[in-house]
Write a protein that binds this ligand. Structure first.
Ligand SMILES: Cc1cc2nc3c(=O)[nH]c(=O)nc-3n(C[C@H](O)[C@H](O)[C@H](O)COP(=O)(O)OP(=O)(O)OC[C@H]3O[C@@H](n4cnc5c(N)ncnc54)[C@H](O)[C@@H]3O)c2cc1C
Length: 363
């Protein structure tokens, strides 16, 4: 009997297990190996401001998690000796059309008025910062505080930190159902005082959930190019595409957002759009080698907010549905779930993320 069973070894489950370890005995289960789900696919942008149109509760949640990241990464790196590819070089938001310029301008204005560090730039200033940008620029905003991380390195470091802190990790175990204090894997029953559902886009497949939850997949196609050293330093967002440069020399170009079920294929249309957009942002990238193409399934919910909080079954907690922000929201999710499991009021309001909000009674 463990204190806690965490179902799912992605960025969310691993962060929660690490946070609870030491205070509780933790068993983490994954049906495959850890870090091979959606977390492996993420670009790793930690950018709460760039798409925020107001200071609603979700923005506050993202900002709070963003504010935890420096410490989260520092602790993780010193615990494991791993480099998680953390970059603090900021994000450039570029627009080439009047419509997208208006959106960027509106965001800039409310954020500036609210006291956030956002900077309106001239095209010349953009070219000084990123000389290889060739797209025509109507409006440009620089967000110096935005960050990025390399998600595959992050989940590897989290797994190692979990080992170091005494979390028992068992892979290749597919959880079929849950009940009060019980998790069933085939014919095996595992027992724990608390159970955390962190199985991402596959969470609704678990039988026994109360309430059931409407998490569904939104496919993201994404790719990486090999860039010459230092070609790009900052993240760049243009329309629905973005660049995330890594110090390792990869330039990640993302991402599509498709409602096509559990399909993990890369398609000519998806990759074609990304490659076209990439060459619009910078004509130079047309000569860069394609290093890798991949896809991931974002765990989406109907209102695009995560599902965080207690189930109707005592001792069962949800930490899923993180959609496009699971990497960003990992530190605060771990803190919230750790508080819940330890019987403490979370330091952050979570009513908006209640599992019961979808009105899906148990079936
Ligand atoms: C293309 C793309 C780009 C993205 N970019 C960003 C970004 O820049 N920034 C950001 O913050 N987020 C980004 N995201 C979103 C982010 O990747 C997700 O929100 C996050 O990875 C979700 O993490 P998770 O741990 O909930 O899920 P996962 O990483 O999918 O982990 C779930 C785990 O549960 C296991 N599992 C499932 N069912 C069972 C079961 N029955 N029994 C046992 N184990 C089970 C799976 O094997 C898996 O390992 C992106 C996503 C995509 C697809």
């Amino acid at each position: 009997m463990h204190d806690v069973i965490v179902i799912g070894g992605g960025v969310i489950g691993l962060s929660i297990a690490r946070e609870l370890a030491g205070r509780k005995s933790v068993l983490l289960l994954d049906r495959g190996s850890t870090g091979q789900g959606t977390s492996r696919a993420a670009a790793g942008m930690l950018t709460p401001l760039s798409e925020a149109d107001d200071q609603g509760p979700f923005f506050q949640l993202c900002r709070a998690s963003h504010a935890m990241y420096d410490g989260f990464v520092q602790d993780l790196q010193s615990e494991t000796g791993s480099d998680v590819g953390y970059s603090t070089d900021g994000l450039l938001c570029l627009s080439s059309s009047e419509d997208s310029a208006n959106v960027i301008q509106r965001r800039y204005e409310w954020q500036k008025n609210a006291g956030f560090d956002v900077q309106l730039l001239s095209a010349d200033a953009v070219h000084e910062m990123e000389p290889l940008v060739t797209v025509p620029i109507c409006t440009a905003v620089f967000i110096p505080g935005d960050r990025s991380v390399t998600p595959r390195r992050l989940v590897n470091a989290l797994r190692e930190a979990c080992f170091n802190r005494g979390v028992e990790i068992r892979t290749g175990l597919h959880v079929d159902s849950i009940a009060r204090n019980q998790v069933r894997v085939g014919k095996m029953i595992l027992e724990a005082a608390n159970i955390v559902i962190a199985s991402g886009v596959w969470s609704p497949e678990l039988s026994g959930l109360d309430p059931p939850i409407p998490v569904y997949p939104r496919k993201g196609q994404i790719l990486s190019l090999g860039m010459p050293a230092g070609a790009f330093r900052r993240m760049i967002r243009w329309g629905s595409s973005y660049f995330v440069p890594r110090s390792s020399g990869e330039l990640v170009v993302g991402a599509t957002n498709e409602d096509v079920g559990f399909d993990l294929s890369n398609t000519p249309a998806g990759l074609g759009r990304l490659l076209m957009d990439a060459q619009q942002i910078s004509s130079h990238v047309g000569a860069y080698p394609i290093l890798e193409t991949w896809t991931g399934l974002r765990p989406a919910t109907p209102d695009e907010l995560p599902i965080l909080g207690p189930s109707a079954i005592p001792g069962v907690y949800y930490a899923t549905g993180h959609y496009r922000n699971g990497v960003l929201l990992a530190p605060i999710t771990a803190a919230i779930v750790s508080d819940l499991v330890r019987g403490r009021k979370p330091g952050f309001a979570i009513d908006a993320y209640a599992p019961s909000r979808f009105g899906m009674g148990h079936v």
